[in-house]
Design a protein around this ligand. Structure first.
Ligand SMILES: *Cc1c(COP(=O)(O)O)cnc(C)c1O
Length: 491
């Protein structure tokens, strides 16, 4: 035995010196966050941050300790009062989820256990596997499909499209790279497809020109005939069409492409069928809405989010792939130090790191696992349908309010509309509506976002909020009309 050196006796760690004090602080945090969530309706949806508060974030590096209590105090004073607002019942901007109290607690439990989901034989890996198996069933995917929980829809699209590219290349793309491609590889989507898909195509080295953005019909669904023609033209030019990206819920208007029509083309043309169902895919959780996303189950890969319309706290997305071997062959790389074993902690049937970009991965599966157990999937189906009905309710309010004009159909949960005043042309109306949106957000009453449809600036509400009530939408309409009147007067 070696004598411990003097230095060793002074070893430090990061656990609290006073566990009871930390326990008390933890209880205080839980209490305060529960009250915060319980009373969220009483506060502003969003508030600009005062300059004095912003200045706090230029404070120098804390080389010396302030302690846990002070760190929490700083959080309470400078962070907590200025949320992005998506937990509020009148937040419908972009596409965001609200989170839930149990989701918050599950994040704490996951961080407490702090497992690494790269792989291995431990309980967290089984939790993730089970969550994936549940979603395979819910999305109509076969038992032997593979899947991965990821940060969100962007990463899910990247993973799906990477498998598509490697599976459909005419050579060993992984080894030889794109430079060896005998033919330029092409993908097809609608012009309404989310930007994360283009980003993925660019990251994959294919170049954004490889993504043919096909025109949409008046319902913002891809024009299937035009897509067919583009594929035929590319073949004639010696390119290699390899993938169609279908939309189950476009970000602008919630449009759902004719997924069966796209799946038919893919079968006929031997293309990979990827579906971006970031929020729309989970319509399948509602028996009544499921037919809307019919054909989605024919996808080779499907991307969807759990932090949008499954209301889990950020981040959580999912990708399912029908060809496990292609999926694994795309990402698996096992140097000696990662070799899987038959026994011990290095065991476990499948290592998630063989199916995606990340090696170290967090335990995001726990919040999904616990939340689905908490409420049951039927409740989620009802919540999603409720949001769709609320969107239709808002659409109807818009349609029956003289000062407002709806700008797109409402097939799902997204409503686009604008304030309209007599005698103002589109250009003027665009300015007016942009100002309405900013004043509305700054008032803290409600947070819709915006988009442009056929050159018209649209106020846009995407309803993925488990806290909204019908009267919240009534308030939105009243406020838009009221602020609209003021803005026009100020012109
Ligand atoms: C939000 C969204 C994405 C991107 O998902 P993230 O979770 O934000 O990465 C992709 N596609 C659609 C249709 C989306 O709405």
């Amino acid at each position: 035995m070696m004598e411990p050196s003097e230095g060793l006796r002074l070893e430090e760690n990061l656990d609290p010196q006073d566990w009871e004090a930390m326990r008390a602080l933890g209880h205080e945090m839980v209490d305060e966050m529960m009250t915060y969530l319980q009373t969220v309706r009483d506060r502003y949806a969003w508030q600009p941050m005062p300059e004095a508060v912003k200045a706090q974030f230029s404070e120098p590096i804390p080389y010396e300790p302030e302690g846990a209590e002070k760190a929490y105090e700083d959080f309470r004073e400078y962070v907590l009062p200025y949320p992005s607002g998506n937990i509020h019942p009148r937040f419908w901007g972009w596409v965001m989820g609200t989170g839930t109290p149990l989701g918050m607690l599950a994040e704490m439990l996951a961080a407490g256990m702090n497992p690494n989901l790269a792989g291995g034989d431990h309980a967290a890996a089984y939790v993730e596997e089970q969550v994936l198996n549940w979603f395979k069933v819910l999305m109509g995917f076969p038992e032997d499909a593979s899947g991965l929980l990821v940060s969100g829809g962007s990463m899910a699209n990247l993973v799906g499209l990477t498998v598509a590219r490697n599976a459909k290349a005419e050579y060993d793309l992984r080894r030889e790279g794109l430079g060896a491609a005998p033919r330029k590889m092409m993908l097809y989507s609608s012009s309404e497809t989310h930007s994360s898909n283009q980003k993925a195509v660019e990251l994959l080295g294919l170049g954004s020109e490889a993504l043919r953005k096909i025109a949409v019909n008046e319902d913002y669904q891809v024009d299937i005939q035009a897509m067919d023609a583009a594929i035929a033209e590319d073949r004639e030019n010696g390119y290699l069409p390899f993938c169609i990206i279908g939309n189950a819920g476009t970000v602008n208007t919630g449009a759902i492409d004719n997924l069966n029509g796209l799946a038919d083309i893919c079968e006929r043309e031997d293309l990979w069928f990827h579906v971006d169902g970031a929020f729309g895919a989970v319509a399948a959780l509602s028996r009544d809405l499921k037919p809307l996303v019919g054909g989605m189950e024919r996808a080779d890969s499907l991307a969807f989010d759990l932090h949008k319309w499954v209301y889990l706290p950020f981040e959580a997305g999912c990708v399912l792939v029908k060809h496990e071997e292609q999926h694994r062959k795309t990402f698996s790389l096992t140097p000696d130090y990662l070799t899987h074993t038959d026994r011990g902690l290095g065991g476990g049937a499948k290592w998630p790191s063989d199916y995606g970009v990340q090696l170290s991965r967090n335990f995001r599966a726990l919040k999904a696992w616990m939340s689905l157990k908490e409420h049951g999937v039927l409740k989620y189906g009802r919540m999603i349908k409720q949001n769709v009905e609320q969107a239709r309710y808002l659409a109807n309010l818009v349609d029956t309010t003289a000062e407002l004009e709806r700008l797109s159909p409402v097939p799902l949960n997204v409503v686009c509309f604008r304030y309209k005043a007599q005698g103002l042309d589109d250009e003027r109306l665009n300015e007016v509506n942009e100002e309405i949106l900013l004043r509305l957000q700054e008032s803290g009453v409600a947070v819709p976002s915006y988009t442009t449809l056929n050159g018209k600036y649209a106020l846009r509400a995407a309803v993925t909020n488990q806290r909204s009530r019908r009267d919240d939408f009534e308030m939105l309409v009243e406020e838009v009309v009221r602020i609209g009147g003021e803005v026009v007067e100020d012109l």
